[in-house]
Design a protein around this ligand. Structure first.
Ligand code: MTE
Length: 325
């Protein structure tokens, strides 16, 4: 049984979640909390064994582990796999952090990714064909959730800009919009009609073509477990974690900035840019420090989550935008 001990200093994350903010608002509106149904399903922690089973079934498992790109070295130890694999946000499968057993039943093959919008020629590609078209590499990235917890994990994947190159956007394209599947039968969270499903995220093309923007297909040297967003998810480590959309099946190029999932629910708290900044508090809690998953440590949060040298330039002419939340 996963027991969550709350220490004096610890942010009550379940209360801090974007989702509970919304539910709180609904409660005030008299809609009640009835839809919150998920508890701690199952009793075993998912870890190496289950992930290994998933990896053998994956048609691209021969590509793992991939060569490590040494450019991005985190300033801390990697989070143990067991901790990262059993503390997830994936609202399609519930609001608890322990959604791994529920997410395990998502059917991730066959899986196609549709590329459309302002591109030379829209197309659909099977995720295995896509993975074999690019060169996979491993990158050690930090991850900072807006709820003030963090981890450092070894993703395997490829730069998002490789996909942008395959898509051939037209000169009118300014944004890239990434969407998750919509399937209420498989994802019970999607029956909660007040969320603007499917989960949608977006980046500017300048952000999407920055080398740090990464499409992850694996973690810990093997294909992604479902709870991490298999078969393909985004990793943009200079932004709060909610930007890193899981289980992507559509990537569209647009001239207009998209309305993202959390923005659609609570624009005053979760904006489009969502770059990490310890000096800009969330309206309901400080962002100055973070709890390091799997440890008792609390660390100061860094501007752009420590990736300023790679990304700060993107924003130098955007001073009037709400870049931080
Ligand atoms: N993607 C989808 N489709 N659904 C989600 O609920 N949650 C986001 C992001 N991507 C989410 C998602 C949030 S809030 C975070 S912090 C990260 O996924 C968590 O990633 P992890 O579970 O791999 O740590």
């Amino acid at each position: 049984m996963l027991i969550k001990r709350r220490r004096g200093w610890e942010l009550p994350e379940q209360e801090a979640t974007p989702e509970s903010a919304f539910l709180h608002r609904r409660a005030l509106l008299g809609a009640g909390m009835g839809a919150m149904g998920l508890g701690l399903a199952g009793s075993a922690l998912l870890g190496g064994r289950d992930a290994a089973r998933a990896a053998t079934a994956d048609p691209t498992s021969d590509l793992y582990p991939a060569r490590r790109n040494p450019t991005y070295t985190p300033d801390r130890d990697l989070t143990p796999e067991r901790d990262a694999a059993n503390y997830n946000n994936y609202y399609e499968f519930g609001t608890s952090k322990y959604i791994a057993p529920a997410a395990a039943s998502l059917k991730i093959r066959p899986w196609t990714v549709k590329i459309d919008g302002l591109v030379d020629k829209p197309f659909e590609i099977g995720v295995d064909d896509l993975i074999r078209k690019v060169t996979l590499e491993e990158r050690l990235y930090r991850h900072r959730c807006v709820e003030a917890w963090s981890m450092a994990v070894p993703w395997t994947g490829f730069p998002l800009r490789d996909l942008v190159a395959l898509a051939k956007p037209t000169s009118d394209a300014k944004y890239i919009v990434m969407r998750t599947f919509l399937d209420r039968a498989q994802a019970p969270g999607q029956k909660q009609f007040w969320y603007p499903w499917p989960y949608t995220e977006g980046l500017t093309l300048a952000e999407a073509t920055n080398d740090l923007a990464f499409l992850a297909t694996g973690i810990y040297g093997k294909p992604l477990g479902n709870q991490f967003g298999a078969p393909i998810r985004l990793a943009v480590p200079w932004k709060y974690g909610f930007k890193s959309v899981k289980a992507i099946n559509q990537i569209s190029f647009t001239a207009e900035r998209p309305k993202t999932f959390w923005e659609g629910l609570q624009a005053s708290e979760y904006g489009f840019w969502a770059n990490v900044n310890p000096q800009v508090p969330h309206p309901r809690w400080s962002q100055a420090s973070e709890r390091v998953l799997g440890t008792d440590e609390r660390r100061p949060t860094l501007l752009f989550n420590g990736y300023g040298e790679f990304v700060a330039d993107i924003y130098k002419d955007l001073k009037n935008e709400r870049l931080w939340a």
